[in-house]
Design a protein around this ligand. Sequence first.
Ligand code: ATP
Ligand code: MG
Length: 426
Amino acid sequence: MSNKIQAIRGMNDLLPAQSPVWQYLEGTVKDLLASYGYDEIRMPIVEQTALFKRSIGEVTDIVEKEMYTFEDRNGDSLTLRPEGTASCVRACEEHGLLYNQTQRLWYTGPMFRHERPQKGRYRQFYQVGVETFGIATPDIDAELILLTARLWAQLGLSDSVTLQLNTLGSNEARARYRDALVAYLSERKDQLDEDSQRRLESNPLRVLDSKNPETQALLTGAPELHDYLDDESRADFTQLRAILDAAGVKYEINQRLVRGLDYYCKTVFEWVTDKLGAQGTVCAGGRYDGLVEQLGGKPTPAVGFAMGVERLILMLETLELIPPQVMQTIDLYVCGVGEGAAMASLLLADELREAQPWLRVQTHCGGGSFKSQMKKADKSGALFALLLGESEIAASQVTVKDLRGGLEQATIPQAELPDWLTEHLN
Ligand code: ATP
Ligand code: MG
């Protein structure tokens, strides 16, 4: 067949061989978030297009050129979510989770952006997002950063990521800075590339994160954001830094870090790595005190971040940081040959699971010779094969074969198997 249907470009299948790594990362993150007392929330993957336009901002890369937007059968404009923050705010507001209370929430799932697919950049990709609501003080900003730092430590990534930190100031302070920046850049407009000229009109702060070296050079003489900060933002930033210093979390202050989305104010941060080429940001976030109100709610302070799961997995793989036991997904493979062997194998496997629920037991199904079953046992990655022939079945025994180590093959009573396994499996 030459006309097989294939997956959509930039949208990846996650194959069984990769799943253990994903489960390891997701499990580590989940346990970590639980250890900080964060609760999970799950939102739909599709939302009204207006939600993203209103929150992310009309003049951003995401809304201008990356969204998967379509009309459904009712003629409503819907969009596959490009990120989770807007949906999370929408859901919390809709269910009254923000009024007079604080929330510490997380979610994970696929996001969709129509970008040019390349290593670390896909059209469907996964994020773990964390959002907190109702806390205006920088201690919560610090908690989020400490939480991410702890995750890197647990994954063995601490030496491979650095923290970029900035404060954007209040919305008013940022507006004053924007005017100063526009004045400076307008006089030098002909030295800007086309993209930055356009941003100068629509979203001037974005010129700061232009990747064009000439634009960056031009910016060395530009007004500095930190000269325009309001007192509160300045004090909050000082406190945030004091907590990070006390906790031993290192950071670089990067006044050019503005983030691509409209809704940020005060603290913004990115964890970046040089191990992934151009796709160097693995985790990014900041404060967005104005967003809830912008989406129709009461003014609610908020701060959050999102990390890119594929980029973290790529790092774990590139740096060979996946613990070997993660790939070990089966402990025992049960083989049976002869009259009654299929039934005996299934029953023995189930008794083992009953006695030791943590055991991962795969039963050979489908018959075949011992030799062919042993090949499968070996390929399964199991540590031990359990063999049931007619003589073992008749005597309620089982033969245990060590597939990885040097243990001698032994035939023992089935009743002793749980104890034998406890002794030899750890
Ligand atoms: P970038 O500058 O790399 O485009 P971004 O600023 O658009 O990133 P955010 O919207 O802040 O990214 O998303 C948070 C994280 O999600 C990123 O730091 C990155 O790890 C991941 N991410 C974003 N876009 C993609 C994508 N297309 N494919 C894979 N991961 C992505
Ligand atoms: Mg992007």
